[in-house]
Design a protein around this ligand. Structure first.
Ligand SMILES: Nc1nc2c(ncn2[C@@H]2O[C@H](COP(=O)(O)OP(=O)(O)O)[C@@H](O)[C@H]2O)c(=O)[nH]1
Ligand SMILES: [Mg+2]
Length: 327
């Protein structure tokens, strides 16, 4: 795509044109070298118009009910006049080809509404690639006028941390069921949460869910809350029935306004953007280093020396970096 076309595409995105929005995301997802510059140009046009949304990460093990909850919350928000973007961070989709079908059926009504925009995880990308795409997609949807961004991520460890680093609030969904699960969930992940929902509190799981809520509330007393002046709420809900959706949204709003009052949303975003830059530098430098012909020439030899214990990995790494730096 040419520079002129990228500028024109950006203008259409700003007008809220959905096809242009989809096209813009495809452009930034593109791995083709010739799309790189126009993708960047597009982002530069759109980034100044981004930021006017509430960014919420929603995480939990596969099957906990994230998509079902998003269907319920998203429809509620649209009824209130919001425009909702749903993005997925699912590194496993690189292997499975994504869970688009499953998600589309869980978000049946939402996916048909013009005020919603649902974008599944791109297949064939690493977590780093998925994360970059998601962050940029988030900015683009904001520029297109979506004022709530929901980022769904599967609980596979690293991806929760990644998502918490690009959102204002992190919601952790758990299944009803006792202490065992409590033990199994990594403490670090629970500590990322600003809100914990014990889902599937319906039918014969209702009582178990209530018990889990009590257990988690107790457990949280011994943990560090992620945000100062915010006691992490633990609530039971049934995403399927959707009866608690309204009150959960109220909690999210309370969180937002308390953080906003202290200027923490903006300072957190500033911090995230800065970290993102350094993250891009780390990734980009390694890519460039590996593509450097002089480094490549020497790399095999040094690798061999490291494998056979003739050279320490640290010295070998230094040597390769010096070659790259032209020393
Ligand atoms: N009983 C019950 N089932 C639910 C609830 N929420 C989701 N489910 C079911 O759990 C399964 C997985 O839901 P899904 O939203 O795809 O989970 P995700 O993998 O976390 O996105 C589906 O069969 C849902 O219908 C709930 O609140 N109660
Ligand atoms: Mg899902």
């Amino acid at each position: 795509m040419s520079a002129a076309n990228a500028t024109e595409l950006a203008a259409h995105v700003l007008e809220g044109d959905r096809r242009a929005l989809a096209q813009a995301i495809t452009l930034i997802e593109s791995q083709r070298p010739e799309d790189r510059n126009s993708g960047r140009l597009l982002l530069e046009e759109l980034v100044p118009h981004s930021g006017k949304s509430v960014r919420i990460g929603i995480s939990g093990v596969p099957g906990v009910g994230k998509s079902t909850f998003i269907e319920s919350l998203g429809n509620h928000l649209i009824d209130q006049g919001h425009r909702v973007a749903v993005l997925a961070v699912d590194p496993s989709s690189a292997i499975s080809g994504g869970s688009i079908l499953g998600d589309k059926t869980r978000m049946e009504r939402l996916s048909q509404r013009v005020e919603a925009f649902i974008r599944p995880s791109p297949a064939g990308a690493t977590l780093g690639g998925v994360a970059r795409r998601t962050r940029e997609t988030m900015l683009i949807t904001e520029a297109a006028g979506f004022d709530v961004v929901l980022v769904e991520t599967v609980g596979v460890g690293q991806s929760e941390t990644t998502v918490s680093r690009m959102t204002d609030m992190f919601v952790l969904m758990l299944l009803p069921g006792g202490g065992d699960e409590l033990q199994g969930i990594k403490r670090g992940i629970v500590e990322l949460a600003d809100l914990i929902l014990v889902n599937k509190a319906d039918g014969n799981l209702e009582l178990t869910a209530e018990q889990s809520v009590t257990d988690y509330r107790k457990a949280l007393m011994f943990m560090h809350p992620r945000s100062a002046n915010w006691e992490v709420p633990v609530e039971a809900c049934s995403a399927l029935k959707g009866e608690q959706t309204k009150s959960i949204w109220k909690i999210i709003q309370q969180f937002q306004s308390s953080r906003d009052a202290e200027g923490l949303i903006n300072s957190n975003r500033a911090h995230q953007a800065k970290n993102w830059m350094w993250n891009e530098i780390s990734n980009g430098l390694v890519e460039r280093l590996k593509a450097n012909p002089e480094v490549a020439e020497k790399a095999a030899e040094l690798e061999q020396a490291v494998i056979t214990n003739k050279l320490s990995p640290t010295t070998a790494a230094d040597e390769l970096m010096d070659i790259f730096a032209g020393k």
